[in-house]
Design a protein around this ligand. Structure first.
Ligand code: ADP
Length: 484
């Protein structure tokens, strides 16, 4: 249980067709606080039948919701965003309790999440069609944009609120209705959003939340022909599986999958700024974001100086329960996550890397881990290929620009990348050569609702945020008017 100013935000049931409901058989799953290991409560362990009902409810709600004017939908989204901000403290507490991130990061995420509702509410009014100069004197050609229909959204635990609002924001703005399956570890943030959606004026069935058995829920979402679009953020492995499952009913898919972000520090970089950016990019959410730097590539001439400065900054990070003041590093989500970090460290050490700072489980126990910097890391090590998703900064060495670009692009992933340099020619050359959907130049922080977020290669399909984010939720319809 989390002590909230407004206890009615702590919802422990599913939300289907405007009703708070349990699983058909009453089954539940426990939700734990990763910092204290205490059980916060339970949520329904729903499956196929409950998901099918939620999809049916979204289908029933769809015609009336799409018929509303853009301004009417925008007003609801505006109120929804305002309610998130009015309840920012409670939502942040709930998030830190189930996810572990420091309270300041949780508050930041609530503001970021609310911004997607605000932004897409505004964009709802600008879903313009077109008229096309005709190919025939007696014809007029018009393109209209229409909502795709019922949307299914599957979201991860690392951003329990923002990954939901950047899907439901554009979906609801476009006139779609939605069924959300949040991550099993972080359902309470999602259920609190459903409660606020109701208060904002979302009609019954427009937003539904189903928790429980991922395979059963995902199976129904991908097989049910009423669902016209699946939007997913999570691992590449599950994304590929869901994409294949969607083939049977040819659904539209948007996928935000894994990354293997390079963070390149060139000789001409401002080293202090690069250290600050590396901390922001690598250690946010204890290294558990899909845009976290995974490989730090540092040029020969500044390698030792950068390693020394970064090691000092990382050693100063404060690890602890996210509700305690000053804590910047919470626990990892679970022990499986700890095992992955340990594997990467052991593999690197066995192949010749050295520990600059950290390197082992934290004295606090549970899934706390020491923020770690490794030097002497090479492409032969596992960390070069796989996303660590933890507080481990591996420092690779390169000698020239061409080698840095080659190393950076040597991965099947292509989500975020970063580099620090001052020479303007280099900034354009490297910015254009990186095979990534996002490039941070002299900054470690790239996420905002106003810019398109998404990956190339095996990192995904589609973009979230920005004026383009709504495209994934609309279909084009071409009207050919003859006999004019
Ligand atoms: P992570 O390793 O970060 O937990 P996942 O891809 O496993 O990433 O999880 C992301 C989301 O996908 C979560 O909501 C999870 O419950 C869900 N998920 C996992 N497996 C499946 C599946 N087979 N079908 C549908 N959803 C799934």
């Amino acid at each position: 249980m989390v002590a909230l100013k407004d206890p009615s935000l702590f919802r422990t049931q599913n939300f289907i067709g405007g009703e708070w409901v349990d699983a058909d058989d009453g089954a539940v799953v426990a939700v734990n606080n990763p910092a204290t290991l205490e059980t916060l409560g339970t949520v329904p362990k729903a499956g196929k039948a409950e998901t099918a009902r939620a999809i049916a409810a979204a289908d029933i709600a769809f015609p009336a919701w799409r018929r509303k004017t853009a301004k009417e939908r925008a007003l609801v989204l505006r109120r929804f965003a305002d309610l998130m901000m009015a309840n920012q403290d409670d939502l942040a507490l709930l998030m830190t309790a189930e996810q572990g991130k420091p309270l300041a990061e949780s508050k930041g995420e609530i503001a970021y999440a609310a911004a997607f509702l605000e932004w897409f509410g505004e964009e709802a009014k600008r879903i313009y069609g077109e008229t096309i100069p005709s190919h025939a004197a007696d014809k007029r050609l018009i393109v209209m944009k229409e909502p795709v229909g019922v949307v299914a959204a599957i979201t991860p635990w690392n951003f329990p609120a923002a990954m939901i609002t950047r899907k439901i924001g554009p979906a609801l703005a476009a006139g779609c209705t939605v069924v959300v399956k949040p991550a099993t570890q972080t359902p309470y943030s999602a259920l609190a959003l459903a409660e606020l959606g109701v208060r904002a004026g979302l009609p019954a069935g427009t937003l539904n939340v189903v928790t429980g058995a991922a395979t059963a829920i995902g199976g129904e979402m991908t097989a049910n022909p009423t669902v016209r679009k699946l939007t997913f953020t999570g691992s590449t492995e599950i994304g590929k599986l869901l994409m294949a499952q969607c083939a049977g009913t040819v659904k539209k898919v948007s996928l935000e999958l894994g990354g293997n972000a390079p963070f390149i520090v060139f000789d001409d970089a401002d080293l202090d700024a690069a250290v600050e950016g590396a901390i922001a990019s690598k250690f946010r959410n204890t290294g558990q974001t899909c845009v976290c730097a995974n490989r730090l590539l540092v040029q020969d001439g500044v390698y030792d100086a950068f390693a020394e400065k970064l090691g000092r900054a990382v050693a100063a990070l404060k690890v602890g329960n996210g509700v305690e003041p000053g804590v910047t590093q919470g626990p990892l989500i679970d022990m499986k996550a700890v095992a992955k970090v340990e594997e990467h460290i052991a593999d690197a050490l066995a192949k010749g890397a050295r520990i600059a700072t950290g390197g082992k489980r934290h004295a606090l126990g549970a899934s706390f881990f020491e923020p770690t910097v490794l030097t002497g890391v090479t492409p032969a090590m596992a960390v070069a290929r796989e996303e660590t998703f933890g507080p481990l900064a591996p420092l690779f060495r390169f000698s020239d620009e061409e080698q840095a670009i080659r190393m950076a692009n040597d991965t099947e992933f292509g989500l975020a990348s970063y580099f620090y340099a001052r020479d303007v020619g280099r900034i354009f050359r490297v910015g254009e050569a990186l095979e990534y959907g996002i490039v941070g130049v002299n900054t470690g922080l790239i996420s905002t609702e106003v810019a398109p977020f998404g990956g190339v290669k095996e990192s995904g399909i589609g973009r979230e945020g920005s004026s383009h984010g709504i495209d994934d939720y609309v279909e084009m319809k071409y009207l050919c008017l003859g006999g004019i």
